[in-house]
Design a protein around this ligand. Structure first.
Ligand code: EPU
Length: 346
């Protein structure tokens, strides 16, 4: 094959692309110019054009953790890089390298089918593989950081591809080096390290309840199914009601503040945090303020989980952010705690 045959095709460019179906809030959004990126090699040329023309730009994965305005000016890169393969397997671990555009839940399902247990607690999280490490997705006692080996990305500052080992990614609760440096890295591939030694992770109360009293330990497939069931009951399906999962992070407060709050609010729900501080259940705080199930125009607070804001139909980013502000104000007034918005605001 000659080099021309090896070269990836140019990314498809669509002017004025409607993105209602690529943001799980279901907002009416129009991207001025959208490039569908299907191979990492397409990125340098696009980024060079963007730099030369000084255009605004952003990357969109599955659109499940973003709040998009009506118009996205400049260039939007739709990350559609496919592919997943086992790139290493030794006595202790299996390493799987996955394209940034692969659907996260499809990947998790595939690992379970391949008898590679580990990711089952993270089943049914919407979005793409490339977006997962940016906000360090987590649920039911696991975080994606636990399984990252390294990340391949295009570094827009150096205009070069880089491979970052896990230690360089600075993972923390819903946080990473990528999130701390917005607009710098475009994740193209993620290498996952799945340990061959496997133990079920059942410390999360909802999950523990499902298997309480069982004589044998559950299989990864059973945990996968249980997680899918719990999520389906608690969280709205974005195909039915627009949402971006948890809208706020669970606030992490110093022990002193937690103990003072507990004096006044003995029912306060919280967990010890890995950093030695205390993580408060934001859903509980919002619920106690009376927001759960409330509707304001076309947007509202989900009836089964106060941490999830929803778009009932014609809502916009502005409507959601106004509702978020009234929730933040009330929670601050009553509990003295600042809620931070979790999805990225574009
Ligand atoms: N609670 C209420 N009312 C509510 C919601 C929650 O009182 O309306 C209280 C309950 O006591 C409940 C506790 O808050 O036991 C915690 O709620 P839940 O178990 O639903 O978890 P969460 O802290 O609200 C976090 C993640 C979710 C993840 C679940 C399960 C964040 C911001 N959210 O939610 O992640 O699925 O734990 O591990 O950390 C996401 O990030 O989009 C997401 C859905």
């Amino acid at each position: 094959m000659n080099s021309a045959q090896n070269a990836p095709t140019s990314p498809k460019l669509t002017p004025n692309m409607a993105l209602k179906y690529r943001n799980t809030f279901g907002f009416e959004v129009c991207a001025e110019s959208a490039y569908e990126i299907t191979a990492a090699e397409q990125i340098p040329k696009v980024m060079q054009q963007i730099a030369e023309q000084k255009l605004p730009w952003r990357v969109l994965g599955g659109g499940s953790n973003v709040i998009l305005p009506k118009v996205l000016p400049g260039v939007t890169l739709l990350m559609n890089i496919p592919g997943q393969e086992i790139t290493r397997s030794d006595e202790s671990n299996t390493v799987i390298t996955v394209g940034a555009g692969v659907n996260w839940h499809d990947f998790v399902s595939w690992t379970i089918e391949q008898q590679l247990p580990g990711l089952e607690n993270l089943a049914l999280i919407p979005g793409t593989v490339g977006a997962a490490p940016i906000q360090n997705i987590g649920a039911y006692g696991a975080e994606v950081a636990d399984f990252i080996d390294s990340i391949e990305a295009f570094d827009t500052a150096a205009h070069a591809f880089v491979t970052l080992p896990k230690a360089a990614c600075q993972f923390a609760y819903r946080d990473s080096y990528f999130k701390q440096n917005p607009h710098r890295f475009i994740v193209t591939k993620v290498a996952f390290k799945i340990p061959k030694a496997w133990e079920p992770r059942l410390q999360y109360a909802d999950l523990a309840r499902q298997f309480a009293g069982a004589d044998t330990k559950p299989t990864a497939q059973q945990i996968f199914t249980a997680v899918c069931n719990i999520r389906s009951q608690k969280l709205p399906d974005p195909k039915v009601i627009g949402n971006a999962g948890s809208f706020f992070q669970n606030p992490i407060v110093p022990d002193k503040q937690y103990l003072d709050l507990l004096q006044v609010h003995p029912q306060l729900v919280s967990y010890p945090d890995q950093t030695g501080m205390r993580k408060l259940a934001a859903g509980w705080l919002i619920d106690q303020c009376g927001f759960k199930g409330q509707t304001v125009g076309s947007v509202g607070v989900y009836k089964n989980q106060a941490l999830v804001l929803v778009n009932h139909g014609d809502g916009t980013a502005e409507d959601i952010l106004n509702l978020a502000k009234s929730i933040q104000d009330k929670v601050r007034e009553i509990y003295g705690v600042q809620l931070e918005i979790e999805p990225n605001i574009f």
